[in-house]
Each structure stands twice: as structure tokens, then as C-alpha cells.
Design a protein around this ligand. Structure first.
Ligand code: HAM
Length: 420
């Protein structure tokens, strides 16, 4: 071991577990690719102002958790704490919204950074797969995204997750609610910090985790009762569409998300096997974000699912993914001539798409067979000078232990047939 360790709040993905992360990313992306979402990649850092404006000046993400720094050239940058602001910035910069094909549907996969107090399921470097549908106000689009996330989780075999759904209203009805909530909060026995929060961002107080605060919040006005007719109708339509799709959800009138850009539809996917960090994914509509970034009005909706927490959720449910074998055929050669012959066979198999590996380095038969075993290969091909003199190699079925001699010229075809 070297003297260096992964920084606090981070961890490495190492084989064989790393294969799970790839499979989870792939499973989340598959339904998006299948639904008209195009892949987008943006830089790992952005102008710090993008997040301050986009995510919200008073959010924990911006005030406490951002890795912000000044470059040698004097630019104020931040490692991206989330993907939505970046993706919208990129779409606006590339004028994707002007191509005439709205909504612009994009998906992404990558690393995000938040300086949080690390604990199980909460890291300083984590990974998300996300989707953003930009430039359309249509309840079917909100429903589509919720349905696709549900489909992604189900395709992985996850069952014990719940979908929490809420509407945060719009510019018309939210200010009225905000004022009513503020009035209510001012009458409570709250500490100074919380009272300050009530002035800046009263909805966030609803999300306070402390029992004594939650107790006082019983009877707080709910946004649900303040929604304007347009928001009410929109939300009802989203609810009906996901219900018709057979996707179960729970109305959660107290659901507030940790980012300020949300309007109307908001949702969270929670898993009950994860303890306090139970949100495996979340998202919602952000109709005003484009204008906040200096763009035109582009009502949009999206989500991001946490890859790390999804893997933890799979483990909590005891789901083991059906991962394709990393290696199907392992070749073990004894002697120089066999080495050349089998190396060529491995190359040939690989070209045909068969996952094959080779015993490298000077090892005895015992050591080489150990490697073959560890590789998880279904078949091992062994050859020494004597086999080659007879024009054969030995084909061993690692499951049954059965071994047969197969002609050197037939072995590739034989393996292809056996592996289907
Ligand atoms: P978020 O709820 O902040 O939303 O993050 C989405 C998911 O990322 C969370 O549900 C969680 O699974 C994962 N996650 C967040 N922070 C951490 C962490 N410190 N460690 C491990 N996993 C974490 C957003 O980021 C929005 N951009 C989602 C969105 C897209 N809304 C609209 N479009």
C-alpha cells in the first residue's frame, strides 16, 4: 500500500464491484436512449456564478457544499455540484432550442461534487445519470420522465422504492403561499438561524429534520391548498398520466427539494433500505431557470438518479445483477510454440466478439489454472508441445470439469458453437 489514500468522502470503483456501477449507469440510460434523449457531456467545472444563480444563492449546495476556487488566471470556478444548470447552459450556448425541435431531450452521466459531511450513501464525489427535457410545458413530459425512471429501477430488479410527488406551484401562486408560510413561521419558537431561513427561503424550513421543529410545523399551511387553477390542473394531469401508466406514487405535500429552481412538478425516489440518505433520485420542473440564466423562456423538466445510492439500494434488497461474464475463454499455454498458437487463437476469438483472456507471464500450469479459475471463464483451452504435435488443444469445461481434445483448426468454431 502506498502512503496515499482516496480523499475523505470519496471511494474507488474496483473490479469486480465496478461492473455493477457500469451496469446501473447502462440500465438507467437505456430507457432514455429509447425515448428520444440524446447524450450530452459538459465540463466537470463551470463558472461559479452559474450554480449560484441556477441552484440558488441561499441553498446549502451553494453556501456550504460547493468546491469553488479561483484559477491562476483569476476565473471563479466551481466543480459541478449537479447537472441541470450545466446542461441548460450548454443547450442555450449551442442554441439547441432554436433548432425548432422542442423539447430538446438530453441525458448525461458523470461525476458531481459536494462538500458534504460524508456518511453511508453521502459522498463528496458521487455519480449521477440524469435527463433534461428542455422547452416544453406538457404534463405528459413530466409523466414520461417519472415513468422512465421507474422503468429503469424496475429493469434493475429494484422493488422497495417509492415515488414521492408534489407540486411547488408557479410565479403566480407560490408567492402567496410563501407569504402565508412566513406568517406562520414567524409565530413559532425557532432559533435565529431558522428564523433567518424563514425570511430568505421559508419552504426550506419545511424540510428541517429536527423533531422539535417538525412538531411545530404541524398545521403549517400547505402549498397544495394555495395552488392556482392552472397549477392544480397541470398537477392533476401528471398524476393521472402516471397512474394510467401503472406507476404507483405517493402525494407528499411537504416535499421540498434542495435546489431553488423548481416550479410545479417535483418528485423524489426514496428507498427504504438506505437509512437517512434514502433519496436515490429526484427531479422536477424548472420553468424559470432558463430566464434566470439569461436565456429565453424555456419551461423544462428533468431528473437525476444517484448511481452510488442505487447500487446501495440493490445491495439492501439483495438483488444481484446478471452481469455478463468478463471472460468466457481463458487460454493456458505450456511452452513457446503453444504460446504463439494460443495467443493467435485468443486474438481470433476476440475479433469474433468472444471475451477471451490469456495466461501472461512465466507461470507453471498450476498458477496458470488458478488464473483461469479466477477469471470466471466458462472454458479453458490448454495446450503443450505434445498436444500440438498431435494437432489438438485441450478444451476444459470449467463448470462440469469435463475435458476433451479438439483439433487446433476447429477450436475457435467449437468455442463459438458452445458459447452460442
Ligand atoms: P439532487 O436531488 O440534488 O438533484 O440529486 C439527485 C440524486 O443524486 C440524489 O437523489 C442522490 O441519489 C444523488 N446524490 C446527491 N448528492 C449526493 C451525495 N453527496 N452522495 C451520493 N449521492 C448523492 C439534482 O442534482 C438535480 N440536478 C436533479 C434534477 C435534474 N432536477 C431536474 N433535473
Amino acid at each position: 500500500m502506498s502512503t496515499f489514500k482516496a480523499p475523505k468522502g470519496t471511494y474507488d470503483l474496483i473490479p469486480p464491484e465496478s461492473a455493477k456501477y457500469l451496469a446501473v449507469r447502462e440500465a438507467i440510460a437505456a430507457p432514455l436512449r429509447n425515448s428520444g434523449y440524446g447524450y450530452i457531456e459538459t465540463p466537470g467545472f463551470e463558472n461559479v456564478e452559474l450554480f449560484a444563480r441556477g441552484v440558488g444563492e441561499s441553498t446549502d449546495i451553494v453556501t456550504k457544499e460547493m468546491y469553488a476556487f479561483e484559477t491562476k488566471g483569476g476565473d471563479q470556478l466551481a466543480l459541478r455540484p449537479e447537472g441541470t444548470a450545466s446542461v441548460l447552459r450548454a443547450a442555450l450556448e449551442a442554441n439547441l432550442h432554436k433548432a425548432g425541435n422542442l423539447p430538446v431531450k438530453l441525458w448525461y452521466s458523470g461525476s458531481y461534487y459536494r462538500y458534504e459531511r460524508p456518511q453511508k450513501g453521502r459522498y463528496r464525489h458521487f455519480s449521477q445519470v440524469g435527463a433534461e427535457a428542455i422547452g416544453a410545458e406538457d404534463p405528459a413530459l413530466d409523466a414520461e420522465l417519472i415513468i422512465l425512471a421507474d422503468q429503469a429501477y424496475r429493469s434493475l430488479g429494484l422493488r422497495d422504492f417509492r415515488i414521492l410527488l408534489n407540486s411547488l406551484g408557479d410565479q403566480e401562486c407560490r408567492p402567496v403561499y410563501r407569504a402565508a408560510l412566513q406568517d406562520f413561521l414567524r409565530g413559532l419558537d425557532l432559533d435565529e438561524d431558522t428564523l433567518r431561513r424563514a425570511e430568505i427561503n421559508p419552504l426550506r424550513v419545511l424540510d428541517d429534520k429536527r423533531d422539535d421543529v417538525q412538531k411545530q410545523l404541524v398545521g403549517a399551511p400547505l402549498l397544495r391548498d394555495y395552488l392556482c387553477d392552472a397549477c392544480k390542473a397541470y398537477h392533476e394531469e401528471v398524476r393521472e398520466l402516471i397512474t394510467e401508466a401503472g406507476v404507483a406514487f405517493e402525494d407528499d405535500p411537504k416535499l421540498v427539494r434542495g435546489l431553488d429552481y423548481y416550479t410545479r412538478t417535483t418528485f423524489e425516489f426514496v428507498h427504504d433500505g438506505l437509512g437517512s440518505q434514502s433519496a436515490v433520485g429526484g427531479g422536477g420542473r424548472y420553468d424559470g431557470l432558463s430566464e434566470m440564466l439569461g436565456g429565453p423562456a424555456l419551461p423544462s423538466v428533468g431528473w437525476a438518479l444517484g448511481v452510488d445510492r442505487t447500487v446501495l439500494a440493490l445491495e439492501a434488497e439483495g438483488v444481484s445483477l446478471e452481469l455478463p461474464a468478463a471472460t468466457s475463454v481463458f487460454a493456458v499455454s505450456l511452452g513457446e510454440e503453444a504460446r504463439r498458437v494460443l495467443f493467435a487463437k485468443v486474438t481470433e476469438l476476440r475479433k469474433l466478439g468472444v471475451a477471451a483472456d490469456f495466461s501472461y507471464g512465466a507461470k507453471g500450469l498450476k498458477g496458470a489454472m488458478k488464473n483461469a479459475n479466477r477469471s470466471g471463464a466458462r472454458y479453458t483451452v490448454v495446450a503443450g508441445e505434445r498436444d500440438l504435435a498431435e494437432g489438438v488443444v485441450q478444451l476444459k469445461d470449467m463448470e462440469s470439469g469435463e475435458q476433451v481434445a479438439v483439433g487446433v483448426n476447429e477450436i475457435v468454431a467449437e468455442l463459438e458453437t458452445r458459447l452460442g
